[in-house]
Ligand binder design. Structure first.
Ligand SMILES: CNc1ncnc2c1ncn2[C@@H]1O[C@H](/C=C/CNC(=O)c2cc(-c3ccc(F)cc3)cc(O)c2O)[C@H](F)[C@H]1O
Ligand SMILES: [Mg+2]
Length: 214
């Protein structure tokens, strides 16, 4: 039977990455997606910007919206301090199954909690069910028309504190116009655009970093 793209990405990890070595997992996925078949990972170029923001924030609590195969999940978690935790939300069970295996191959199960379900349902449960106070860093990489509603929902649920950083992928391609307009015009956010390219291509894309001012 025909394999799926996420299954082929997992295969590339199991064939080319070293168990317990997160950076080799990231490298294996990038090499596969650059040379064999494109996939919607944040990728190596935008990934370096992601790395610099994660290192600068040095977060104790991270929320990722949209796990897909776990590329950015592993990339972020590989940079977290010892007791830091990353919660990643994914509502497609087929993607979740693959991501769990990618995370396990990287040896990062202790830092990452993958929760299956929709962000709109899970965000209101973060405090009671997952013992979260606030998030130091949120990486938005799920359906692009959900960035804004979910950001408003996180605010309403008291999950953002003064200084919380939102980092959004794809603000140019495919684009998140309503979200961009909101964070750039709201007095409650300080936004900065990091120009880059769509993963594995020469097409323009970028990340928007927005600090919540409380
Ligand atoms: C809505 N709430 C959700 N809750 C939990 N998991 C979710 C939710 N919504 C989606 N998911 C989950 O998050 C993932 C969705 C990622 C979507 N990403 C993209 O579409 C995306 C697209 C391109 C792209 C650019 C150019 C082109 F020609 C073709 C594609 C590039 C990118 O970097 C992207 O991130 C996953 F698939 C879905 O189950
Ligand atoms: Mg993306």
């Amino acid at each position: 039977t025909q394999s799926t793209r996420p299954q082929r990405i997992l295969g590339a990890v199991q064939q080319n990455a070293t168990r317990g070595d997160p950076r080799s997992v990231v490298r294996a996925i990038d090499q596969y997606c650059r040379n064999q078949e494109w996939a919607m990972n944040v990728g190596d170029e935008k990934g370096c910007i992601l790395d610099s923001v994660v290192s600068e924030v040095n977060p104790a609590t991270v929320l990722e919206l949209g796990t897909y195969c776990g590329y950015s999940t592993v990339r972020i978690a590989s940079l977290l301090p010892p007791h830091a935790k990353l919660i990643t939300l994914e509502f497609n069970p087929e993607f979740a199954v693959i991501a769990r295996q990618v995370i396990a191959w990287a040896g990062l199960e202790d830092k990452i909690q993958l929760v299956e379900g929709a962000s709109g349902d899970l965000i209101p449960k973060m405090k009671e069910q997952f013992g979260v106070e606030t998030f130091d860093l949120v990486f938005l990489d799920h359906w692009k028309d959900r960035y804004l509603p979910d950001t408003k929902l996180m605010e309403e649920c008291g999950l953002l504190r003064k200084g919380s950083v939102l980092l959004a992928d794809n603000v140019i391609c495919p684009g998140t116009p309503e979200y961009l307009e909101f964070v750039r015009s709201s007095p409650r956010y300080e936004s900065q655009y990091f120009k880059s390219h769509l993963e594995y291509t020469k097409v323009e894309d970028g990340l928007e970093k927005s600090v919540f001012l409380g």
